[in-house]
Design a protein around this ligand. Structure first.
Ligand SMILES: C[S@@+](CC[C@H](N)C(=O)[O-])C[C@H]1O[C@@H](n2cnc3c(N)ncnc32)[C@H](O)[C@@H]1O
Length: 153
């Protein structure tokens, strides 16, 4: 049984080992593209699933990683949309339900790592949507809009 879930792995950019056997890689799409700069983008998860309604039993994983799309205003065919996905207008509900599903499939005391980028939506609004506070968090760089947060079940 896998110990770690990446609930929306995309092209696995932040993974050092993109074939780590301990990880179940999930996303709601399987596709590949040549981006505008010529780079190849492959989204090839182990399972296709919707993070708001996971076909997974309760309390399975020790660690869950949740890096959902963070952009709302974006052309559906833009390279950013291909790389990161796009959130629908009802994004607070989607993020709320996705977060709750990540918590449900975690074992007691399991850890959820939640990554967000504040380019269009503030972290304050995201925490309001999930109605939870992280244990701690950190911005990737001094001026960065990317925040990594840790929660424990
Ligand atoms: C920010 S990207 C993830 C990037 C990834 N962490 C990486 O390192 O490359 C967000 C991903 O969430 C996926 N996604 C969007 N809505 C989803 C849903 N409802 N269920 C599962 N995956 C979803 C998108 O297809 C996209 O690949």
């Amino acid at each position: 049984m896998k110990k770690i879930l990446d609930a929306c792995c995309g092209s696995k950019m932040f993974w050092f080992d993109k074939s780590n056997p301990d990880v179940l890689f999930a996303d709601n799409r399987r596709e590949n593209h040549i981006l505008c700069d010529g780079r190849y983008l492959e989204v090839n998860p182990d399972v296709i699933m919707d993070f708001t309604d996971m076909p997974i039993d309760d309390e399975v994983f020790n660690l869950v990683v949740f890096d959902p799309p963070h952009l709302i205003k974006l052309g559906k065919n833009s390279w950013m949309a291909k790389k990161y996905g796009v959130l629908p207008d009802n994004w607070p509900r989607i993020i709320h339900d996705g977060f709750n599903e990540c918590m449900r499939v975690l074992k007691p005391d399991g850890i959820l790592i939640f990554k967000w980028n504040e380019h269009q939506v503030s972290i304050k609004d995201v925490l309001k949507a999930i109605n939870k506070q992280p244990l701690f968090g950190h911005r990737s760089g001094r001026q960065s809009k990317t925040i990594w947060m840790a929660f424990m079940k």
